[in-house]
Design a protein around this ligand. Structure first.
Ligand SMILES: [Fe+2]
Length: 368
């Protein structure tokens, strides 16, 4: 590293003083630059100067104005004032303004002059050292923060891929389960599609849409561990079989519970057979206690159940199913969700000409 010579800036309107002081300082081994007034100082000052010597009485900006202006910069260069003998008031004012020291002119004692200059130079070295230390520290902190952020990103991507792998594994199991049962085949896929469509139609936040999709995807996962033979038989289910079936929301929530990343989904799965009037299962929760996403799942799940064929009954047509949703709006289903669903499914369905104008006027949700 190149060793930088200490550089001193002198401002004095008296050319004689400038030249004398310069010569002395150069004799001591300093690099010197001179200007004739305060403005000259402000024009050229920068971090390469280590000490500034200011005369007090100068045309234009005097010494006090100049130090005031210098204080606005961040250079932190010690300023020494040149004062005539006997101007003690000036000296006090100079110190109050932040001057480091003052020198008397004419210079009579070279040793004292030299000591004062050296002290100011040392002060400047100390300032620079502290600045470098602070910069190094900041740099170190910044580098560590960057490293930490990188590690966090890596961790997040691990955790995301783990989540995705888990979701995929569960989906495969779910599909395998559904394929065993001709009548429920495709139910999960359709319910998930309806839920995603409705989430978008209701303009839900992106995060809610992710939760809704996952909850829909796994809402019936509890059926994985329930003996399916009873729901595959033709005809109506017995009371005992119903009791067994009714366990699937709780069982499903318990399957998802240990995963940690599906906390909200867990409750939606648990409550997807609740009703607005509190007559659903497993907890008999009323509408005001249900997650809004649960209300969506309840509607789309029921709609698909109504429009798909089951062992014990024929499926309803879309128009009939929507009328049923409307009938049970408020008691079983959340009215707002039903209105949005009715509107969206009409747009979503490829055959929306099956709806009469009168029907659309009754069920269509206005955007206002
Ligand atoms: Fe279910």
């Amino acid at each position: 590293m190149e060793i930088r010579k200490t550089k001193i800036l002198i401002a004095d309107d008296d050319a004689m003083v400038r030249s004398t002081v310069s010569k002395i300082l150069e004799m001591f081994g300093y690099v010197v630059q001179t200007v004739s007034d305060g403005k000259g100082v402000i024009d050229i000052v920068n971090d390469s100067f280590d000490v500034i010597i200011l005369d007090i009485n100068m045309p234009g900006m005097d010494g006090f104005d100049t130090i005031n202006a210098l204080n606005k910069f961040d250079y932190n260069i010690p300023v020494l004032f040149l004062t005539g003998a006997g101007s003690m008031d000036y000296a006090v004012k100079a110190i109050n303004l932040g001057a480091y020291d003052f020198l008397t002119k004419p210079i009579e004692d070279l040793d004292i002059f030299n000591v004062k200059i050296r002290r100011a130079v040392e002060k400047r070295m100390y300032v620079l050292q502290e600045r470098r230390y602070k910069e190094a520290l900041e740099d170190d902190v910044r580098k560590k923060a960057e490293k930490l952020e990188e590690q966090n990103k890596l961790l997040l991507s691990y955790s995301n891929s783990l989540e995705n792998a888990t979701v995929q594994l569960m989906s495969s199991l779910q599909n395998a389960m559904e394929e065993k049962d001709f009548y429920t085949a495709g139910h999960t896929t359709r319910v998930t599609e309806y839920a995603v469509m409705l989430g978008m139609a209701m303009n839900l936040p992106e995060n809610d849409q992710v939760v809704l999709r996952r909850a829909a995807q796994f809402h019936d996962i509890g059926k994985l561990v329930i003996d399916l033979s009873c729901i595959q038989k033709p005809g109506k289910l017995t009371d005992e079989e119903w009791l067994l079936i009714k366990k699937h929301p709780t069982v499903g929530a318990n399957i998802v519970k240990p995963l940690g990343f599906m906390k909200r989904e867990q409750f939606i799965i648990r409550h997807h057979h609740e009703r607005m009037d509190g007559k659903g299962y497993p907890d008999g929760l009323k509408g005001d206690k249900l997650d809004p996403l649960t209300k969506i799942l309840i509607v789309v799940d029921s709609y698909d159940a109504m429009t798909s064929r089951r062992n014990y009954r024929k499926n309803l047509k879309m128009e009939e199913a929507l009328a049923e949703l409307d009938n049970c709006s408020g008691s079983q289903f959340d009215p707002v969700t039903v209105r949005y669903f009715t509107k969206s499914i009409v747009d979503f369905a490829p055959t929306n000409n099956v709806f009469s104008r009168e029907y659309l006027e009754n069920f269509y949700v206005s955007d206002n």
